[in-house]
Design a protein around this ligand. Sequence first.
Ligand SMILES: Nc1nc2c(ncn2[C@@H]2O[C@H](COP(=O)(O)OP(=O)(O)OP(=O)(O)O)[C@@H](O)[C@H]2O)c(=O)[nH]1
Ligand SMILES: [Mg+2]
Length: 192
Amino acid sequence: MKIINPKFEISAVKPAQYPKNDLPQIVLVGKSNVGKSSFINTMINRKSLARTSNTPGKTRQINFYNIDESFYFVDLPGYGYSKLSKQEQINMGKFIEDYLENCKNISLIVFLVDIRHNPTNDDLLMLDYIKRTNLPYIIIANKADKIAVTKVDAEVARIKEFLGLSFSILLPFSAERKIYTENVWNEIEKFL
Ligand SMILES: Nc1nc2c(ncn2[C@@H]2O[C@H](COP(=O)(O)OP(=O)(O)OP(=O)(O)O)[C@@H](O)[C@H]2O)c(=O)[nH]1
Ligand SMILES: [Mg+2]
């Protein structure tokens, strides 16, 4: 995919601020700090269009990135950020669910997990939730640069088995290195 002019469009804190056009939306979902914002930057080959941070909980709003007026990457806040109060976490969860339930233009959910670990309880709850929305989704195992290249296939297989997902798509990725972007674009383009 050749990206020419990706633009940050809006940081929405309430539904009234979501874009009002019909462009398809590719939505990043995953726990805080798993690399959702980094994923967007790597896929569009921009260093820091999407704000990233070492501090979990960086993304608190729903950020819409308009990619060449043809689709959006939508950067959701991460869940499971333990420094937020229980009530703040509940509010954040409602904000995320409200978007996923009411947005009519979601063409794909990109669900990010960490390739090094089994998905967390929050990840399992989120995956259940995603399945119940009936929206198409793919799973991305990020931070593959943190393990040996020779172990990547085995770790992907382990996560697949853990999730009981023999038929779902689960691809390795590294926002740090560019070597996996082509495969992931091939999948995403099927939904655009
Ligand atoms: N080594 C490595 N680090 C990564 C990778 N992806 C993201 N990171 C790092 O992980 C940290 C969090 O990345 P973000 O992209 O901000 O994560 P996020 O999921 O958007 O986090 P929230 O906005 O808090 O939900 C940053 O320090 C990134 O540099 C990766 O593939 N490999
Ligand atoms: Mg983020």
